[in-house]
Each structure stands twice: as structure tokens, then as C-alpha cells.
Design a protein around this ligand. Sequence first.
Ligand code: ADP
Length: 773
Amino acid sequence: MYAGYSLLARILHLLTLGSPLDTLMGEGQRYLEFLRRVQNEDAVLFVMVVQQAALCLKGRSIGLTSLSDGNNNEAEQLIIMKVKKALVPLQGYYLFKCMTFYILGDYENALDMAEESEKLSEEALCQSYHADHYLYFSLAVTSAWPGLSLLRQLRLKALLKRNLRKLAGWAKHSPENFQHKELLVAGEIARINGASYQAISLLEKAAASARVNGFIHCVAIASELTARVYMTQGAGTAAQACILKARDGFNTWGASAKVKLLEDCYPDWCTTQEMIPSLNEEITHTSTAASTTSGSGTLDMMTVIKVSQAISGEVYLDRLLHLLLGFVIENAGATRGLLILKRDGKLFIEAEGTTDPDSTIVLLSLAVDGCRTLPESVINYVTRTTDHVVLDDAATSGKFTHDPYILENMPKSVLCTPIINQGRMTGVLYLENNLATGAFTKQRLKVLDLLSSQIAISIENARLYEGLKSATSELEVYSRTLEQKVEERTKELSEEIQIRKRAEEAAEKANRIKSSFLSTVSHELRTPLTSVLGFARIIKKKLDESVLPALKLEDKKAAKALGQIREVTEIIVIEGERLTVLIDDVLDLAKMEAGKITWNVQQISISEIINRAATAVSSLLEQKSLELIKESDEGLPQIYGDRDRLIQVVINLLSNAWKFTNDGSITIHTILTPEYQGRQFIQVGITDTGIGISPEDQDKVFEKFRQVGDTLTDKPKGTGLGLPICREIVEFHGGSIWVESVQGKGSTFFFTIPAVPLENLQNSLIQTGEDHK
Ligand code: ADP
């Protein structure tokens, strides 16, 4: 049994390691015979899964991604594993099925299989291939990514992170076995996040780690993924190199189905390799100048790839131009080179160099127009035609022998080629060799051509990056200015706050002075007034009860004088009482305005308030035979408020109604208002049939000391403070007060009190109370 498991482990190791699939299949076949003999069913099933997966990768199954062949049926095997609950091989089946789907480009199915494998992933715990689950699961996710729903992406992103964490943990302890897997997943995460440069760097490191540690299939996978990133960057040359590397890797592994797939997908690229040796031969053969100017002089394909990769990773324009020109001069066998770029429709020399790398000058920005250090006619020709110019001996043959620069400097070989990206000319590369004739062969030109679009893209990217950098620094300046402005404004605001605070303090102080003044004054007034009023009442009482009845009023003069004394005393009493009321009102109002009143808020019923007020004024009404009518909605809710203060409001309004009504009636009607914006009010209206108030006076009646209308005839009593006090009380309760009146017909004074739950009222009371302060 255990021998069987050991053999199974061996097979799984071979697959995980990326050992040649032929070796794996050969060994697998031998082991199967043994495993069948010892009836180790699980091991048989599992080895068969591996065998069939290898078969599929080799392109020997029926259908691209099927694990069936003439001898074995995948569907049957799957059923057997399920029926027998052979979970370990079943998990292996899902995992390796995911792997084959992934490698053969069916990412959606790969992901489905990965999710099945995930469900059983515990079955693979402690097995060497367990890490493969996290690897292929992640790769399936990142490759299927663009087609996934947002929801699925969200869920899978979390799993990707988990997978990376797992692999990173293992890689820390055993980088030889796991680092390439971690880097592959990290690179892919960077790729789907749009961090292309980071992705390339990680994937290249993954390939390097896999190569060093012998995981050839992972070198191939990493290379294919790198190509994918290069393709999105438009870096065709680099992408091609990676595809070729991938093809090599898969080929060494023995995954012929994948090799074919790559060749079918990239038919042009996959034939280039055959072109290279002949190209190299020719270059070596004709490169006389190169041998005098550079060590190798051979511009082979690998150099192109190397350079392509190097320049695609360089984002700083100055460094890029330096790198580019240095490379081109060295490898093309030139003695001098110019990199000319188009900006705003004009050409500028941006870099100039010679065989001495230290002599290279970049970011020159010298206009080509009128420049005497290059053959302008050659440059113009290339710009106009976007064709190359190769001159074997510029001074003696070709169309440009009359160019002033050529006449003066007598360069021998000249090569001028446009830099083209997506059909647009973005610059010109000018090379010359003034030591050797015929230095620039057509093959050199071909290689430069291959690099042209990569050069253009890299320059474009670097320019974008420069733009971004300057935008960022502008943004920094702006944000610094903004910070400064915010600081200034904060200072201004705090000054404003200080000023307002001082004003508030001054107002507060004035208020304090005012209320202390009022209480002092009213006290000072009230004390003598109490005496005056008291004595006047005593005099009146004495006159009425003792003096007048006891006197024999024969003396008409004395009788008249006593009558006058009585009258005057009565006036003193009446005016004294009025003055007392006035002082009380003034003090009351001052206290309310200063928020110095203690409110006794409790649950009360509005009808109780109305009844108590009506009783208080009933004797008054009787004096004028005015009828008091009460109308009320049924079942009014309770309200919360200060009972005595609200009674004071109703008494005030009733006595005003009484004061200004000579006959007719006074009606008190109470209703619950309809709900509006979630709020309801108890509304009380007191209607009289009196003199009414003119429209222009209706607003004024709530002002302090305001008595409107004909004050001579209509104002026998009153202070002009009753309504302002009512308004203070009503507004404190969160209600409002107003009047509707028709002159000569009568008035209705309305007030409302919110019908709200206690806690809401308390909140509004707190706010109102604070307003008052
Ligand atoms: P007063 O103590 O003078 O009545 P109020 O503030 O209560 O002071 O009223 C202010 C003025 O409003 C009154 O002087 C009067 O001119 C007018 N007024 C108040 N109620 C009525 C009413 N029911 N009918 C007519 N005028 C009224």
C-alpha cells in the first residue's frame, strides 16, 4: 500500500516539478501496472488522472482539453471517483484539469475547475502539489478576469490575496520551490491592477526563479504572461521574444499541444527564430565598420530583445535617450548618432552621441531647421517619405552628395530611418560612420525597424511620464498654495470668531445690565407704589365707609370737595394698579427675553387650560353680557407645556377680546391641525365680534408697547405688552401666534402648540431656551 503511495508521490512530484512529460508518462505507465497489482485503487485513479492530463498537454487526447483517449474515458473515471468517494484523486482531477484548461487557454473552465478543487482542497493538505492548487487557481482567476462579473471579481480578489499570502509564506521558507509561484501570482495581480511595469518585473523574476530551480513549465507560463503585458503596451518586439521563450519552455516540457497553440496564435512571430541565424550571418559578414567600432558588432535578435526590454522599462526621458542612442551607436557600428524627435510638427535633435558613451548629450532640443551638424536634405527626405536612407559612401554616391553638411564633413556611411508608431512618424534616427564605407547593411536596418515602434512607444511613455511629473509638481505647488490659503482663511475665521465672541460677550453683558437694571428699577418703583396704592385704597375705604356716611353734607362746597377727593383717590388706585401691572409685565418680558424664566413643563390638556382661563374672565364677560362659546375637536391629544403660562396666554387674549368688544360673543375654538411634514399642532382661535384691527396694524400688535387704532377712544386700559408676552410664551413652546381681523367686524387671535411626543418637545424646548439666552 505504502509503496503504492510512494510511487504516486513520485509521479505527482514529476508533474509539479515540470519534468518532461514523456518521462512522467513512461514512469506512470510502469507504476500503474504495480498499483493495479497491489489494488491500490486511489493511487491507480490518481496516477491515471496525471497520465491523462499529460496526454492532453501532449495533444494526444481526443479534443484539445479532453482527458479522454482511445483507452480511457474521462467522464467514466470522474463518475468512479465520485461514487467511490475517492476524494484525494478527485481533488487532483479538478486541480490538474484546471491546469490543462489554463495552459490550453480555456480560462473560464479552468476557473470552474479551480473552484471545484478549492472545495476539496483539504484533501491535498501536506502534499507537494498543494501549492499548485493556489498557483493555477490564481492564474485561472487573473486570466478569466475581464469576463467576470463585478461580484465574482470582488469575491475572487479576496481569494487571490489569500493565495498570494499562502504562496508567500511557503516561499519565505523554501524559495527554491515556491518563490516563482509567489512571483507569478503577484505579477498577475499587478497586471490585472494595470501596473504593467511592476507586472513585467515580477513576471520576469518569476521566470528567472523558475529557470534557476528547474521548473521549466513555469518559465514558459511566466514568459507567456509577460508577453501578454508587453502586447498591451504595444511592445511587439519584446512580446514576441517572450512568446518564443514560452514556446521553447513548453516544448522542452513536452506540452506539444500548447506549442502548437502558440504557433497557431502567433504564426508570424513563431517563424522569426529561423530568420535570425541568417540575419546574424549576414550582419557578421558585412560588418566591417562594426568590427572597428564595437566589441561584438553583431546586432542579433537577443540583443534586440534585451534592448527592447531595457528601454521599455525606462520612464525617464533623459535616461531613455541616453540608453537608446548608446545602444544603437554601439550595435549598429556607427561613429556618431542623432536622435531626432517631432514636437508640435517640428523636428528637434534631442540626443547626440558618439562611440564614447560619456560624450552623449541628451535633451538638447536643437531645431533641425537650419542646423549645420546634420545633412538636412537626408532628414527632410526621410521625414517626407517615411522611407529609409542608407548611403554606403555619402560623399561620393547617392542623391545627397550636394548636401552642405555632407560636402563639408564627408561622412562615409549614413543611415537614416524614421521612428514610426502606429503609422505615425514621431522621430528620426540618424547614424553615420565616417571611418568605413558600407557600414550599414539592410539587415541592420531591419533590426532597427523591429525596434522602431518600441523606441517610439518608450519615448511616448517617457514623455507622458514627464508630463505627469510636471503635472504632479504643479499639483504640489497648487496644494501648497491651497494649504496656505486654508491657513489664511482659518486665521481670518478665527479672528472673525473672536470678534463675534467679543460682541456676544458684550451683548450678554448688556443683557445682564439690562435685566439687573429692570429688576432694580421695578423694585424701586414697586416699593413706593405699593405704599401709594395701599394708602390710596385705605383713604378710599375710609371715605366710603366712615367719612362720607358720617358727614352731614350741608356744606355743599365741602361735599363737592370730598366728592372730588374720592374721585381722585379712585383714579390713584386705578392708575396705581395699572402701573403695577405694567411693571410686572415689563419685568416678565425682560426675564423671558433674557431666558431667565423657569418653565414648569408638564403634560397638560388644552381644554383644562381653556376652562381655567374662561373661569378667570367670566366675571368680566358678565359685565358686558358677552356670550362665551367653546368649540373643540374631539379627542385632542395632550400637550406638553407650562400650564400657568399657557393660561396666561388665553386670559390675555380673552381679556383683549373683552376689551375691544362691546356686544356679541367671544368664541374659543380648538382643533388638531392636519399632519404636515410629520408634525401636528393644537390650534386655538379666540374670535370676538369687536372693533377689529386694520390690516396695516395687524402685524404691529405683537410689538412691545404697541397699541393700535384710535388710542383715544379704544384704549381705556392696557400696557401694550400683553401680546408680546403671549408671543414669547407661545414661541417658547415651539408654536406661533397670529391675528386675522376685519375692521368693524371682529378679530381672531390664533396660537398653536405642537402636539408632539415629550422627547421631541424637550429637544425643541432646549433649542428655544438656548435661543432665548
Ligand atoms: P394692551 O395691553 O394694550 O391690550 P396688547 O399687547 O394686549 O396690549 O395689545 C396691543 C394692541 O393690540 C391693543 O392695544 C389693541 O390696539 C390691539 N388689540 C389686541 N387685541 C385686540 C382685539 N381683540 N381687538 C382689537 N384690537 C386688539
